[in-house]
Design a protein around this ligand. Sequence first.
Ligand code: PRP
Length: 184
Amino acid sequence: MSCTVAEAPIRLLLDQHTIQSRVAELGAEISRDYSGLNPVIVAILKGSMPFFVDLSRAIQTPHTWDTLQVSSYHGGTSSSGVVKFNADLSDAIEGRHVILVEDIVDTGRTVSYLLNSLSTRNPASIKVASLLDKPSRREVPVPIDYLGFTIPDEFVIGYGLDYGQFFRNLPFVGVLEQVPSLPF
Ligand code: PRP
């Protein structure tokens, strides 16, 4: 029998405190590495939003924000393998030190596509920060320079990660133990 989004059973994987402690460490590391470089940090919408904001507040060196949107899942529970570019950066990155901020690296296709695409714009450097890494699902090797947590191959939601656009608001990361029916 299916359940509603509100009833969906969720098993805790990373609690709020654990996430925030790790984000603080990553912010301190980035602050050291980019001191004096005025990097631009780029949110890969939509999933990276909570991590992006918390990470930015943990970075003590001056930096700017930009966003872009690509999608690869199209609403399912596993990657389609197809990356679709929906919205570009608002500013040029030529000569800038760029940090792409992801919520999760799964097949690696999204990050690989973005590294290839953005490197043609002649940034000074491009690095990748990701809250989560699911290495068992990798199809394309990609570097993750700042990684929060390595996780097993389970469908995770919360702290930006969604199922059918729901659950992004949860302050923790959990495993969706039963797939709910969606209202839309
Ligand atoms: C998810 C996630 C990453 C990507 C990772 O985005 O936020 O961007 O998939 O998968 P990959 O390594 O297999 O490419 P999604 O397309 O679901 O969009 P969203 O951020 O709006 O949820």
